[in-house]
Design a protein around this ligand. Structure first.
Ligand code: SAH
Ligand code: SF4
Ligand code: F3S
Length: 450
């Protein structure tokens, strides 16, 4: 079998990062090895995101740039995967007829056949079915060495249908992997070097997988089981919907030390009127009360969130309500986006659009407030001791980089032998996007646990 090179460019969310790794696994038996650039690659995959218009447009401009690859004598195979492939498969083949393969997120296990068909066929091949056979059963297990912090998809799809969002259309209905499959993959990832796992799902806390006891398990119960995997130091999960945080999940935050006290919990808006229009199925007060319960369970919990500004009909009062909610909750960090009308979603049909200039202004205000909160949160860690899991060498020799429980990057002078291990670090400085610190006096427990 001849060696071939594969370049995968990943856009969008962590689910796509996980899927890209699985695509590399599924193509590996065909002789494909990952490379760092598209220039010399025999196959290029764009794993795309459809969430906002900008994300989608990027795909078409990237395809334009990649087109010359097809003019080489042996012509590279060009594939478009991910959510744009799912939503606009036909349009891709029409606008970029030089594309060989268009493959939706549920069909990655069929990539080997698609590659074979593409090499035979003259035009592009399209596979965007939602097959009944679960993609996870048919994708190979990870075999490559894993980063210290690895992703594990446990749930896919979404049944929430927030009025602005394409995910229920691109990823389909909610599906949860069985507990045994998740545990087996977690054990495998740890054997390959992972020490922290982030469980992924578009609506991860709606997880309801078949348990080994014949009963359906929720996320709280799954986290408890995963905490028993030897060598696994840290657990995270993303992304959650406030409506699906149940008592068992809150209890896991209270009682399972491996569950990190940092939670991405999107709220989108602080205005009940808009939350209703968005079909979020919760009010701003529901969110406040939920955060209170989570903080009561885990007082050191820090929060992250997502906000949309400029949703159709958003008034200045709605905007102020979002700012008020942000001030009240206090986020360690958060993302905010200008509303983007997405084809096929109910919100795209609403007439009362917010003028661009107004939305831009509001976005700036929300981002300025969130940035201020993030800076304050980071500053507050200076002069404290933080537990840090070391992930990789730093840019300077002798330096390694790890993360606090709150995902803050910390640069520390320490030997590479510390990678994959946790240690207490005294934080002594803060830059915009990272912290710097020193190892606390060696504690014998850290040494023994490694
Ligand atoms: N499943 C996750 C992630 C959805 S996409 C969740 O439910 O939170 C990530 C974020 O993108 C969303 O939380 C939302 O803030 C933003 N987003 C989704 N659709 C959008 C749109 N049409 N315009 C602007 N932002 C959007
Ligand atoms: Fe989209 Fe809402 Fe589902 Fe999140 S919960 S993926 S925002 S529809
Ligand atoms: Fe984008 Fe699809 Fe993820 S639309 S955010 S890549 S689920």
């Amino acid at each position: 079998m001849s060696k071939k090179s594969l370049f995968i460019k990943t856009y969008g969310c962590q689910m796509n990062v996980y899927d890209s790794a699985r695509m590399a696994d599924v193509l590996s038996p065909l002789g494909y090895r990952l490379v760092e650039s598209a220039d010399q690659a025999d196959m290029v995959v764009l794993n795309t995101c459809h969430i906002r218009e900008k994300a989608t447009e990027k795909v078409f401009s990237e395809l334009g740039r990649l087109r010359p690859l097809k003019d080489r004598p042996e012509g590279a195979i060009l594939a478009v995967a991910g959510c744009v492939a799912q939503a606009e498969g036909e349009e891709i083949l029409a606008r970029a007829p030089f594309v060989d393969i268009v493959v939706g997120p549920q069909a990655y296990h069929r990539l080997p056949q698609l590659v074979a068909e593409a090499t035979r066929a003259a035009g592009g091949v399209l596979d965007t079915e939602f097959p009944i056979d679960a993609k996870f059963d048919l994708l190979p297990e990870p075999t490559e060495a894993q980063a210290v912090s690895a992703f594990l998809t446990i749930q896919e799809g979404c049944d929430k249908f927030c009025s602005f969002c394409v995910v229920p259309y691109t990823r389909g209905a909610e599906f949860s992997r069985p507990v045994a499959a998740v545990v087996a993959e977690a054990e495998r990832l740890v054997a390959l070097g992972a020490r922290e796992l982030t469980l992924l799902g578009q609506n991860v806390n709606a997880y309801h997988g078949d348990g080994p006891d014949g009963v359906v398990w929720g996320l709280g119960q799954l986290l408890r089981r995963l905490a028993e995997v030897p060598g696994l130091h840290r657990l995270r999960y993303t992304t959650s919907h406030p409506g699906d945080v149940d008592e068992a999940l809150i209890a896991a935050h209270r009682e399972v030390p491996q569950v990190m006290p940092f939670l991405h919990l999107p709220v989108q808006s602080g205005s009940d009127r808009l939350l209703k229009a968005m079909n979020r199925r919760h009010t701003a007060d529901d969110y406040r009360r939920l955060v209170d319960r989570l903080r009561a369970a885990r007082p050191d919990l820090a929060l992250s969130s997502d906000f949309i500004v400029g949703y159709p009909g958003e008034s200045d009062a709605d905007h102020q309500a979002s700012l008020t909610l942000i001030r009240e909750i206090g986020f360690a960090q958060a993302y905010s986006f200008k509303y983007s009308a997405r084809p096929g979603t109910p919100a795209a049909l609403e007439a009362n659009r917010v003028p661009d200039a107004v939305a831009d202004q509001r976005l700036q205000e929300v981002q300025a407030l969130l940035l201020e909160q993030m800076r304050a949160f980071n500053r507050a860690t200076v002069g404290t001791t933080q537990r840090v899991l070391f992930e990789k060498p730093g840019r300077h020799p002798g330096q390694i980089v790890g993360r606090t429980p709150y995902l803050q990057a910390v640069h520390v002078e320490a030997p590479l032998s510390r990678l994959g291990r946790e240690a207490d670090v005294w934080i002594d400085a803060v830059a915009t996007h990272s912290l710097a610190g020193r190892l606390c006096q060696q504690d014998p427990e850290t040494e023994a646990a490694a």
